[in-house]
Design a protein around this ligand. Structure first.
Ligand code: NDP
Length: 283
């Protein structure tokens, strides 16, 4: 499994798998929770040991599904959760983090992200994140849905920001123009969310001719091409969500899919790389 290094102030950093698992929409229906936790556990078995969740997902329900999935195997997992913007400062961040820890049934969240930017000043969020770090409640902190200008506002705190989680897939390549190079220069990981374009539906990314053609050449599935494409870029962590065990198996196998120069050229022709700055898109 390819790995990505997150900055933690040491020369080695924290090394995590480049392919993890998302959890958005998990925990929404009680009857699905057991199967969702089993899917996440299968993903852990297959090496996708970075798990991304958020207090927002199913109002904490996704964190509870994660708790069920990682019970008895906490040490294998690199756990990422996210705080709502309206909770992202002072005592509110502290309380939100404590609630997440309780739902996750863990002592520490490995990487805690500001979900998106709201009205709380970034400096207040950073201060609260650092307090939680000092208290041992979180390992690293980072952000999500922040573009270059927002990141620049972090100023002196920028080297401590471990990751920026953004919408990045074949059909949303804007971050390649400036955000991804900026994150690389800072040593910050870019976490690509929605890497398979939210699944196989009419008109979706996975139905595009170029993706299907490249998949056919490799005897692979379109989703594997979409994931392998995100993983081709150094410093990128990809977090597909899958509750279907067949999807989980396919996604894990995508880590071994090597796209050839002609594959990348065909994908570039169908999904041209950005030639100018595009505003950061978010879901
Ligand atoms: P994804 O691109 O991961 O798509 C998930 C959908 O694709 C699900 O319906 C899933 O189905 C389906 N799918 C997964 N694997 C396959 C496959 N191999 N073949 C066909 N279909 C497949 O979208 P998400 O928006 O969920 O993004 C991934 C994660 O990123 C989220 O779960 C969340 O953790 C994070 N995220 C963060 C955001 C942020 O603002 N920071 C915003 C959005 C996402 P099934 O479940 O049935 O297997």
């Amino acid at each position: 499994m390819k790995t990505v290094r997150l900055p933690d102030g040491t020369p080695e950093g924290v090394v995590v798998p480049a392919l993890g698992q998302g959890t958005w929409h998990m925990g929404e229906r009680g009857s699905d929770r057991r199967a969702e936790a089993a899917a996440l556990r299968l993903g852990l078995d297959l090496g996708m040991t970075l798990v991304d969740t958020a207090e927002m997902y199913a109002d904490g329900g996704a964190e509870e599904v994660v708790a069920e999935a990682i019970a008895g195997r906490r040490e294998e997992v690199f756990l990422v959760s996210k705080v709502y913007p309206h909770n992202a400062g002072g005592r509110k961040l502290e309380a939100a983090c404590e609630r997440s820890l309780k739902r996750l049934k863990v002592e520490r969240i490995d990487l805690y992200l500001l979900h998106w930017r709201g009205s709380v000043p970034l400096a207040d969020t950073v201060q609260a994140m650092r307090r939680m770090q000092q208290a041992g409640k979180i390992g690293l902190w980072g952000v999500s849905n922040l573009d270059v200008d927002d990141l620049e506002e972090l100023g002196a705190a920028l080297p401590d920001c471990a990751a920026n989680q953004v919408l990045y897939n074949l059909s949303v390549r804007g971050p390649e123009f400036d955000l991804l190079p900026f994150c690389r220069r800072q040593g910050m990981a870019l976490m690509a969310y929605t890497p398979v374009g939210q699944g196989d539906r009419p008109g979706s990314l996975l139905r595009q001719r170029a993706v299907q053609a490249v998949a056919a050449r490799h005897g692979a599935r379109p989703a594997q091409v979409a994931i392998a494409w995100t993983l081709r870029a150094p410093g990128v962590i990809s977090i597909p969500k899958a509750a279907d065990p067949a999807h989980v198996r396919d996604n894990a196998a995508a880590a071994a899919l090597q796209l050839a120069p002609e594959d990348l050229a065909e994908l570039d022709a169908a999904f041209p790389p950005p030639q100018r700055k595009r505003p950061l898109e978010m879901l």
